[in-house]
Design a protein around this ligand. Structure first.
Ligand code: SF4
Length: 512
């Protein structure tokens, strides 16, 4: 055999470089479901099922194209002979199939890349790692971009990519609509009345492959967190395309203005949920961006929605991938505030009296998903105020979210959400009292806590812990220009006798 072409679970792209010059007579595709990928971090049942189903569908599509695929399925009962890790299963097949070379596209996880390199070094076989063409910006291009800059700023990186790829640009090289971002139009809340008739989410009928996988996960991984009752995500390229079209036609027009709003029992609102199929590479970012821009050009979606969507994919997604590969492996252990606590148990089961956390966790348990404000300003905010070790928050996010892949999860959680990197991806910590949550949702109305109160039995934990967090890290925060107002307010509180000590006492009580 000439090439053994490895396809990983987040590389389900028929157009990837792995398949270039594939010779059906001499090459074989290799895919494996392995124990350790579902257990190296504790993994949501839906996340395992989605990956296995999408991988098995991809295998069958390749076989329909007359490609030979060596595929290892997990069985209901663990088998000792097949190997538990990716490397163990691969080693056995390399010995059996004797390929001249292994071919793989750049993995999305440094741990997997290292495993692979170690494995081939031991086997003494050639490994060809091909460029991941999925992204607009390659790892090398990002490294070059970062090389002569003291700080990395999403805003300027995003503008450069807009210009380079001529996306939402006017003829005179100015940004469409005369400005680069429309964030001020995209922060609306639903007020008292709540959302009007919401778009119907796109669902897919479960086929035999998905049903088999659900059965497998229910038996083999029954102790894992999360529910399998809401399997609604696409698992094939065809489904993913129709998911994208549904979003562009029905949801995108209202995405922008409600981007940050939350509401009771509404997990999806106007969010695309394209992150999971995108990160498995069932979709290409260019087709998502192009479809959104086209919707704007033909008058079907306003600029604030389209620019907000483009910014997430062209800007943020590419930026954090660049940061991941630039800063790993040191990035994993960064801990700017030296937070060392573990996550409270309600991060796994949602059992808490805090209504906002309960709501957010219900979305995570049911769907392996919650939208970005639930992640950033409820769950991430709480973890940061509580003092959770950033790496543990990342590992929890990897376990519980269907769209989490190492490169995307780590800078978003450790960096953006927990400010563990001290300001590489964000310019300030994303933290707030209960006030913000009250403004952006209806959660506080039916909560046993009072979002305005800092002390007392019914004080909102977010509000108590917010002021205690600012107080505790005063020295690290006082010179940050974006923290000027909260620090000023903190100083006023510190000047009143007894005020801060009551807050510190209440925070200690909560932690106990
Ligand atoms: Fe959350 Fe506090 Fe509002 Fe309760 S009062 S929902 S804990 S922000």
């Amino acid at each position: 055999m000439r090439n053994l072409v490895l396809v990983l679970g987040d590389q389900l792209d028929h157009a990837s470089a792995a398949h270039d010059d594939f010779d059906a007579d001499n090459d074989v595709v290799w895919m494996a479901e392995v124990d350790t990928e579902t257990t190296h971090v504790w993994c949501h049942k839906l996340r395992i099922a989605m990956f296995l189903s999408a991988m098995r569908h991809f295998r069958d599509e390749l076989r329909k194209k007359d490609r030979t695929v060596e595929y290892h399925e997990l069985q209901r009962q663990p088998s000792k002979d097949r190997g538990r890790t990716f490397a163990e299963v691969l080693e056995k097949d390399v010995e059996r199939l004797k390929p001249e070379r292994l071919v793989v596209v750049q993995p999305g996880d440094l741990r997997v890349q290292t495993q692979l390199k170690d494995c081939v070094a031991e086997l003494g076989i050639e490994l060809e790692i091909r460029l991941d063409r999925h992204f607009y910006c390659t790892r090398d291009e990002f490294a070059e971009y970062a090389d002569d800059r003291k700080t990395l700023q999403l805003e300027y990186f995003y503008r450069d990519l807009r210009k380079k790829h001529d996306i939402l640009m006017e003829d005179d090289r100015q940004p469409e609509g005369g400005q680069w971002n429309f964030d001020h139009d995209n922060r609306k809340s639903f007020g008292r009345s709540g959302p009007e008739a919401l778009p119907k989410p796109k669902n897919f009928r479960l086929d035999a492959i998905t049903k088999d996988v659900i059965d497998l996960v229910q038996h083999r991984f029954k102790e894992h967190p999360g529910s399998l009752d809401h399997f609604t995500l696409p698992v094939t390229r065809r489904q993913a395309k129709s998911f994208l079209n549904h979003f562009i036609d029905n949801i995108l027009p209202d995405f922008g203005k409600w981007e940050d709003a939350m509401w009771t029992d509404e997990a999806f609102l106007y969010h695309s949920r394209l992150s999971a199929p995108l990160n498995m590479k069932l979709l290409n970012p260019r087709e998502c961006v192009d479809a959104a821009v086209e919707a704007y050009r033909i008058g079907n979606a306003p600029l604030n929605s389209v620019e907000g969507f483009v910014r997430q994919i062209l800007g943020w997604r590419e930026f954090i991938r660049g940061v991941y590969w630039l800063k790993m492996p040191e990035y994993l252990e960064l801990n700017h505030f030296d937070h060392q606590r573990d996550l409270p148990s309600f991060f796994w089961d949602g059992e808490t009296e805090m209504n906002c956390v309960k709501q957010s966790m219900q979305h995570v348990i049911d769907h392996g998903y919650s939208h970005h404000i639930h992640r950033l300003m409820v769950l991430g905010n709480f973890a940061q105020l509580w003092g959770v070790r950033p790496r543990l928050f990342h590992e929890w996010h990897m376990a519980m979210y269907v769209d989490a892949i190492d490169w995307v999860s780590l800078p978003n959680t450790l960096g953006m959400s927990q400010f563990g990197d001290g300001g590489i991806v964000g310019t300030k910590p994303y933290c707030s009292s209960g006030n913000y949550i009250n403004k952006m949702s209806d959660f506080c109305k039916s909560c046993r806590f009072d979002y305005k109160k800092r002390v007392g039995d019914d004080a909102c934990p977010f509000t108590t812990l917010y002021w205690e967090f600012l107080d505790r890290h005063f020295d690290l925060l006082k010179d940050n220009p974006r923290m000027k107002f909260p620090i000023k307010n903190l100083e006023k509180m510190r000047s009143k006798p007894g005020e801060m000590s009551e807050i510190r006492d209440r925070a200690a009580e909560l932690r106990e």
